[in-house]
Ligand binder design. Structure first.
Ligand SMILES: Cc1cc2nc3c(=O)[nH]c(=O)nc-3n(C[C@H](O)[C@H](O)[C@H](O)COP(=O)(O)OP(=O)(O)OC[C@H]3O[C@@H](n4cnc5c(N)ncnc54)[C@H](O)[C@@H]3O)c2cc1C
Length: 322
């Protein structure tokens, strides 16, 4: 015997409420594993002694955290993790506003924003957790590959996250179809307009950090708009070309939104540091935002080229050639 749950003909809509919640939760798993991998890598890097410093300042070996390449890996892990966490928090706040804000129009806008964010929180945060946990193994060197350290376990645990509750390609199909093409790119362009307002705030600062982040954020946002137009205009006429770049589009959108949130955190952290509040923490926030802009957000133009100009080479080979 079957029971009707809810109203007839609204099953798909109900199913997506559940799916969005599950996808968001898996994104959070990615962020949590990445955080743990980062903490473990920092602890190992402070303990493991290997090689002299490249600047010759000390003649004996030092803990590996002194080596610039180890710092590069730790900064990459930290920037991805903090940035994705900020993106997930902003998505959660939009979900709350979509349900509890007194103004119906504000509710609608927040719902559209939240729905755009779900494939990014799920897809981008879990893809980044592959990279972060892999870097965690690398920081440990040979010990990372050996199971006793636990670094490899994080890598393995993260590996399922891009697969279950819809693979990254399925998140990207959602982002292209339901979240971008369906409204002609309006929600995506609305997000770009919000990012432009953050750029204006960055431009009003005289700090070198704000300038450096502004340069990358502006370029990434302009790049994103070009890609949104390509996706919105071409998804009916050239679906193979658009879907050849669907995952890169998701990664570009995630990269931009995370860079935007870190830029916002830089603005707050600069103010608090100036006011003398928790200065070491705030200074680290600023440095992390700048690192993200200069080492991760700056990849946006290359991703745009792959999507808009590189679709032909994705599908060029005949099936027999594989
Ligand atoms: C450990 C584990 C636990 C799980 N737990 C659950 C659970 O509790 N409940 C549950 O219902 N399921 C569960 N699953 C199933 C999981 O959700 C699926 O494995 C997942 O959705 C991928 O589907 P699939 O394995 O059929 O892969 P496929 O759909 O066959 O995908 C194979 C490849 O094809 C790609 N692909 C498929 N379709 C498209 C498309 N339209 N466009 C582009 N690329 C495409 C995919 O991205 C992937 O790269 C679990 C799986 C695992 C491994």
């Amino acid at each position: 015997m079957g029971y009707l749950v809810g109203e007839e003909n609204r099953g798909l809509e109900y199913m997506f409420i559940m799916m969005n919640s599950a996808r968001y939760a898996v994104g959070m798993q990615g962020i949590a594993i990445a955080e743990r991998a980062y903490q473990k890598a920092v602890s190992f890097a402070k303990d493991r002694v290997q090689s002299r410093p490249v600047d010759g300042s000390i003649k004996s070996s030092l803990p590996i955290i002194h080596h610039p390449d180890i710092k590069r890996m730790l900064m990459t892990m930290r920037a991805y993790t903090e940035g994705c966490r900020a993106m997930a928090a902003v998505a959660a706040a939009a979900y709350d506003a979509a349900h509890h804000h007194p103004d119906a129009e504000v509710q609608r806008q927040n719902q559209a924003f939240y729905e755009f964010m779900v494939p990014l929180v799920k897809g981008y945060s879990t893809e980044m957790s592959q990279e972060v946990t892999s870097l965690g193994v690398q920081v440990h060197g040979g010990m990372g590959f050996i199971e006793e350290t636990g670094a490899a376990q994080y890598y393995r645990d993260a590996r399922i996250l891009t697969i279950y509750e819809g693979t990254t390609a399925i998140q990207a199909n959602d982002l292209v179809g339901r979240k971008t093409a369906r409204d002609g790119g309006q929600t995506a362009k609305g997000i770009a307009a919000q990012i432009e307002r953050t750029e204006a705030e960055l431009a009003s600062r005289d700090s070198l950090d704000a300038r450096a982040v502004l340069k990358r954020l502006k370029l990434a946002r302009e790049t994103f708009i070009e890609v949104v137009e390509f996706v919105a205009c071409q998804s009916k006429a050239s679906p193979n070309a658009v879907f050849a770049g669907s995952v890169p589009y998701l990664m570009l959108a995630g990269n931009l939104v995370v860079g935007w949130q870190l830029a916002r955190s830089l603005l707050v952290a600069e103010d608090l540091a100036k006011a003398g509040t928790d200065v070491a923490f705030m200074t680290a926030k600023v440095a992390t935002a700048r690192f993200y802009a200069e080492h991760i957000l700056n990849k946006a133009p290359g991703i745009r080229d792959s999507i808009v100009e590189g679709a032909g080479s994705v599908t060029a080979l005949a099936l027999e050639a594989f």
